[in-house]
Design a binder for this molecule. Sequence first.
Ligand SMILES: Cc1cc2nc3c(=O)[nH]c(=O)nc-3n(C[C@H](O)[C@H](O)[C@H](O)COP(=O)(O)OP(=O)(O)OC[C@H]3O[C@@H](n4cnc5c(N)ncnc54)[C@H](O)[C@@H]3O)c2cc1C
Length: 452
Amino acid sequence: MKTDVLIVGSGCSGLYCALQLPRDQQITIVTKRDVESSDSFLAQGGICMLKDESDYDSYFEDTLKAGHYENDRESVEIMIRSSRKVIQDLMSYGADFARDENGELMFTREGAHSDKRILFHEDVTGKEITSKLLAQVRKLPNVTIFEYTVMVDIVCKDNVCYGAILRMPDGTIETVEAKNTVWACGGIGGLYRHSTNFRHLTGDALAIALQHDVRLKDINYVQVHPTTLYSPVEEERSFLISESVRGEGARLYDKNMNRFVDELLPRDVVTQAIIDQMKKDHTDYVWEDLRPIPEEELRTHFPNIVEYCSQKGYDVTKECIPVVPAQHYFMGGVWVDHNSRTSMEQLYAVGETACNGVHGRNRLASNSLLESLVFAGRAATQIGQQKDIPVADHALFENIDAKRYMDHQTLSRENHTRVRDAIAEAELEQKEKQDSYSGAIDGLQGRRILTV
Ligand SMILES: Cc1cc2nc3c(=O)[nH]c(=O)nc-3n(C[C@H](O)[C@H](O)[C@H](O)COP(=O)(O)OP(=O)(O)OC[C@H]3O[C@@H](n4cnc5c(N)ncnc54)[C@H](O)[C@@H]3O)c2cc1C
């Protein structure tokens, strides 16, 4: 196969990138499962937007504070300044956000936000956004989507990427020659026993980056979500109880039904407090009380949570629910510059796969959909402006040993080990550098917690 741009991943970042690329580019999107199985479809809480200039400083400060001031300030500025344009684009694609009786956009608040600045669509904001992006992409004649198609490697030489090696739905190995390749492969939750992510998101781009010396950044910065519904049964994916419910008044209680933490503190701080409390109480969970939220609001703003808990036997309008932390988000990733270029030429990374430093050590809630879209748009702009693209040497494609990629299970196992080891190594390096590292929730700690 040959294409101008190969996009690996069909989440919000991959789709938005496709929509922002010039229409004369032939675009191929490949995705590991069906086109809707991406974390982007799962996002519940919402997407941040700079409401007006008066909120700029506090939005900037909230992002930095949550990130322990390790954020790349320019990335943060770009994200915040681009937010209105991205939201306008989304609305022009048909995305619908909650509005008040006067038709004005409504904003909600989540932990660590000092103001209400998050747009939402009930508690299925990600589905609303991503399904509308997908509908637009499907209309484009220059885009072809391959489902159940896995990138197993890239084709590269002398630090230039010329395309990728794919495992097709029938198990055969194909190559695709691309002038530019965009990794939009999402996070790493599939490597953890308890995670809110889809199981097939296993950091494949990272494993490939490690093999080809593509630079990585902050890969031990792994965020654990403080509150997922506890289940004694080992479930496929942990169900998230959105931070927005705490923003709207939900409380956390220990085994004696006493509050033990300020629920609006940043995620990592709340997570640590829950873990400490579980240890102290010798319990597998703490309680979350959604009853302080008026029933009407619970049902209109969080219908998905109300429904899911009801299916599991909990009436959130009448009783507390047991909650436990789970792996949730990857702040680190493939290092990129402010235009989403990786350290390898003609290779870009966007969304949760990439690390432009915007989140620092810890992501502020509802910044990730926004960051994914803003920097996917910048990758598209950059690709659109490119001239003099080196042409691939055909021998590179002819000499590929397809057999190497056929044994899916061995390859996955090797890749998972590679990524886990790299995270653990980065963690140790950091600990050595910073003795007093109080450790938000990091790779090693996170793994230990999540395998309890
Ligand atoms: C439960 C949950 C709730 C969330 N809530 C919010 C929220 O309220 N607000 C917010 O801002 N963020 C939220 N997030 C985070 C946000 O959803 C993600 O960070 C964002 O959607 C990531 O988008 P993405 O395009 O980078 O990746 P994804 O949407 O995860 O897409 C990754 C894509 O890559 C494909 N892929 C992976 N590996 C390969 C491979 N080897 N070959 C081919 N394809 C591959 C996958 O199939 C998938 O299509 C939430 C996340 C979860 C899990």
